[in-house]
Design a binder for this molecule. Structure first.
Ligand code: SF4
Length: 122
């Protein structure tokens, strides 16, 4: 059976003005309870060393990841090492979403659409 996508939220330490209108817990609980996800987690800063270590520990080849955070091009650049080390093609297995400057409801809608788009592909 195909594994469900995982949702990983990255929130710039939680202090960034770009996420000031976001209730992260409401978003995560929505993803884990309402969407067809394996799980939802949050990390405060995936683009620094402990973020690399976290990704290297959890990433699994063959799994799709939806990552909420900053600009998808920035994500691709900053997460390159751990994805490469785990043999995961970022372009094929990651759906990077820019969730900055959104309210919680706007972010929920965008993440919901992303999961719905993935389920239509399978
Ligand atoms: S990866 Fe993007 S969203 Fe995450 S901490 Fe770095 S700049 Fe912020």
């Amino acid at each position: 059976m195909k594994e469900k996508p995982r949702f990983i939220m990255c929130n710039c330490t939680g202090e960034c003005p770009g996420f000031k209108d976001m209730n992260f817990w409401k978003l995560l609980n929505f993803v884990r309870n309402e969407l067809d996800s394996e799980y939802a987690v949050i990390h405060p800063q995936l683009c620094v060393d402990d973020g690399d270590r976290f990704l290297e520990e959890v990433l699994k080849p063959g799994v799709t990841y939806v990552i909420g955070g900053c600009d998808p091009r920035m994500q691709k650049k900053m997460f390159r090492d751990p994805f490469e080390k785990k043999g995961i093609d970022f372009d094929k297995q990651v759906l990077a979403l820019d969730l900055r400057n959104m309210t919680t409801d706007e972010a929920m809608k965008k993440v919901k659409e992303a999961f719905e788009g993935l389920s239509q592909k399978t």
